[in-house]
Write a protein that binds this ligand. Structure first.
Ligand code: PMT
Length: 224
């Protein structure tokens, strides 16, 4: 029974891919479909939670019933997340660009007639949204901060180090090598960290991942 186990609790959930503008018509992004993040928001809503759903480019609509805020770039996502706080929990499923073009041209970059070379794009670091929330202090910090780790090699070691570095409480690592079909697909294979000890979940639908996570969250908040 999902019931109302998270009634009265507020969660911030990020989902989808950010788009980092190069000029008014071009951007750098990734293949996130938003399916996993949307499923997580839905599972929290199903348990009675209030959800602020902050989403970038997605193939699926935001879940009905969420307070949904559409954003473009990582910087916009950062602002929207911090505006949506405080919350009891925050789950960072968005595929956020680590870097953005230093200058987003106001006008479309023109291809010069007869040019044989191509422009180089200088990149700068984006803010780390998850880390910025995990490092908040006192009442400003959600009690439970959950990150994801998208890895293509050495998943357990990289994910364990990422959890430490970002300061999140729980972390869900997934293999995003193209043959896994994690980006855009309907299935996911999670290695779950509540501590340094990895817990292997079977391959399951993104909905089942979301339900399993939401049940773990509900257990954690039981009685609080
Ligand atoms: O959207 P789908 O097609 O359903 O695919 C789901 C998914 C593969 C995108 C998802 O399960 C997933 O792995 N999301 C995290 C993608 C990612 O950006 O991973 P990362 O290892 O680069 O980042 C680690 C964590 O920091 C993530 O929680 C990320 O949201 C967060 N982050 C990263 C960079 C940044 N500037 N700010 C962040 O908050």
């Amino acid at each position: 029974e999902k019931g109302q186990s998270l009634k009265g609790k507020h969660f911030v959930v990020t989902s989808g891919g950010t788009r980092e503008p190069i000029d008014p018509v071009r951007f750098i992004s990734n293949a996130s479909s938003g399916k996993q993040g949307t499923a997580i928001a839905q599972s929290l809503l199903d348990r009675g939670a209030k959800v602020s759903f902050i989403y970038g480019a997605s193939d699926v609509p935001p879940p009905p019933g969420a307070d949904a805020i559409a954003v473009g770039s990582a910087q916009e996502m950062y602002e929207a997340v911090h505006q949506a706080l405080p919350a009891e929990g925050a789950i960072f499923c968005a595929a956020v660009a680590d870097w953005r073009p230093k200058q987003a041209g106001r006008e479309k970059i023109k291809k010069q007639a007869g040019a044989t070379d191509a422009p180089s794009i200088e990149m700068v670091l984006n803010p780390d949204i998850l880390k910025s929330v995990a490092q908040l202090e006192g009442a400003a910090r959600p009690q439970l901060v959950v990150g994801f780790a998208a890895e293509t090699e050495n998943l357990v070691d990289h994910a364990r180090a990422k959890r430490q570095r970002k300061g999140c409480d729980w972390l869900l690592a997934n293999d995003v090598s193209p043959e896994m079909g994690t980006f855009g697909g309907d299935q996911n294979k999670i290695t779950f960290f509540r501590s340094d000890a990895p817990e292997e979940w079977d391959t399951m639908s993104k909905k089942d991942v979301a339900d399993k996570l939401a049940d773990a969250i509900a257990t954690t908040f039981k009685g609080s």
